[in-house]
Design a protein around this ligand. Structure first.
Ligand code: TMP
Length: 408
């Protein structure tokens, strides 16, 4: 089941179609052989709202088909992301004077998230995640968890049970939730008057500047800009008092949000408003340019793989949801990429969505080092390069598609 919209999910204005990537499977639905025949597809097409700037998908599979008891992504597969979450938990204590009894809620805390680090330090916390398997993993680490979708209704229950929150957090979660109004109503309902909401998600400026179109897949129903986030905040009497550009998830923005008038606005906010004015996210030519760059990226990438695969074995590193968009949009199958390697047990010995490239464990990769490796998990490249310095990187070469297709 999918949901299609002709109107902006936030402000209900008519949307304008942007890039269409064609028929797409569920990005994280790695398949067993017997599941291939029942695979489902939807149309991966993007649009923007000329009123509120919100860049979004036209069609999205139902959230229940994406976030469930077999959710494939476990955040603990990246040491870098764990360090990133741990650092934010320290920042909350140092910069925002968080006290042990203050409640911090994390929306979408996967297998532990940021509240895990607050829990380790004895702070009052609550994690909320709709996928049962990752919630169970968080629970086994001692994290207080509610296994549910966050929305206004759930916020009422949380308020009754736990009271209001001093801090609400989300990382790579807000972009996943189609009913953005219900989420903000819930946050408005739960946040203390002087509380803060901190959220980080892939940033539209990075997406357009790097042509990293693989950030676009079913789970990312929105890709926010400062402008669109600001418009959403205004409706709920919130304002953005600071922003921080991050390298995570291929280029993200962290927004610090409070009730209007409660905090001094940092000069960073205007700096990014100025940047976005130059790009002009309300001009149709910005989207036509992006569409042309995506097509160019696809052609260059396929040409490169066709040339290299004549005499070499090419594998892909990281069975990512992002690479589902790339492989399906570029129609790359085992003729060009022989296998994918990944460390996540729920993905190993399965097949990639749509193009059915086999996924093998790290031992297989280690025993059968290919000549070239495509960085499917390019957003983790620093961590991967460090790990492979004395292994694959000794004789093998890396391929990337961002910001253009090339051998590194
Ligand atoms: P993500 O791009 O959605 O964060 O997913 C990253 C995927 O890459 C995840 O399935 C784990 C995998 N991975 C490895 O297999 N080896 C690694 O060293 C890293 C950092 C990630």
């Amino acid at each position: 089941m999918t949901m299609r919209t002709n109107n902006c999910r936030f402000c209900e204005s008519d949307i304008v179609e942007a890039v269409n990537f064609g028929k797409m499977p569920i990005a994280n639905a790695f398949l067993k052989k017997e599941e291939i025949k029942n695979e489902t597809f939807f149309e991966l097409a993007t649009c923007y709202c000329p009123q509120c700037f919100l860049f979004q998908l036209i069609e999205q599979p139902n959230p229940e088909s994406l976030f469930h008891e077999n959710y494939a992504f476990f955040a603990n597969t990246s040491n870098y992301m764990q360090k990133h979450f741990s650092e934010l938990s320290n920042k909350l204590i140092e910069n925002f004077d968080l006290k042990k009894n203050d409640l911090t809620i994390e929306i979408g805390n996967n297998d532990g998230g940021m509240v895990k680090y607050l829990k380790d330090k004895g702070f009052n916390h609550l994690g909320i995640d709709p996928s049962k398997n990752v919630s169970d993993a968080a629970k086994s680490k001692g994290v207080n968890i509610l296994n549910n979708f966050f929305n206004f209704e759930l916020s009422k229950k949380i308020k009754n049970l736990y009271g209001k929150a001093k801090i609400i957090l989300s990382a790579n979660t807000l972009a996943h939730i189609p009913d953005i109004n219900s989420v903000f109503q819930g946050i408005e309902n739960l946040l203390e008057d002087d509380g803060i909401y901190i959220t980080e998600d892939p940033y539209q400026v990075d997406l357009f500047n790097k042509t990293s179109y693989d950030q676009i897949y079913d789970e990312h129903v929105f890709i926010f800009s400062l402008n669109s986030m600001n418009n959403i905040c205004k409706k709920y009497n919130f304002e953005i008092f600071d922003v921080e550009h991050l390298e995570t998830a291929g280029g993200s923005m962290r927004y610090y949000i409070c009730k209007i008038g409660k905090r001094k606005i940092s000069s960073n906010v205007n700096k990014y408003f100025d940047l976005e004015k130059k790009i002009n996210f309300l001009q149709n030519s910005t989207y036509i340019d992006f569409k042309n760059k995506c097509e160019q990226s696809k052609n260059n990438f396929v040409n490169l793989l066709e040339k290299l695969s004549k005499n070499n074995i090419i594998a892909s590193y990281g069975a990512t949801s992002k690479s589902t968009t790339i492989f399906n949009y570029c129609q790359i199958d085992t003729k060009l990429i022989k296998y994918i390697t990944d460390t996540t047990s729920t993905k190993i010995n399965k097949f990639s969505p749509g193009m059915h490239i086999p996924i093998y464990d790290y031992k297989f990769f280690n025993d059968n080092l290919p000549d070239y490796c495509f960085l499917g998990a390019w957003n983790h490249s620093d961590e991967i390069f460090k790990k492979e310095k004395n292994n694959f990187s000794v004789n093998g070469k890396w391929i990337t598609h961002v910001p253009e297709a090339r051998v590194i």
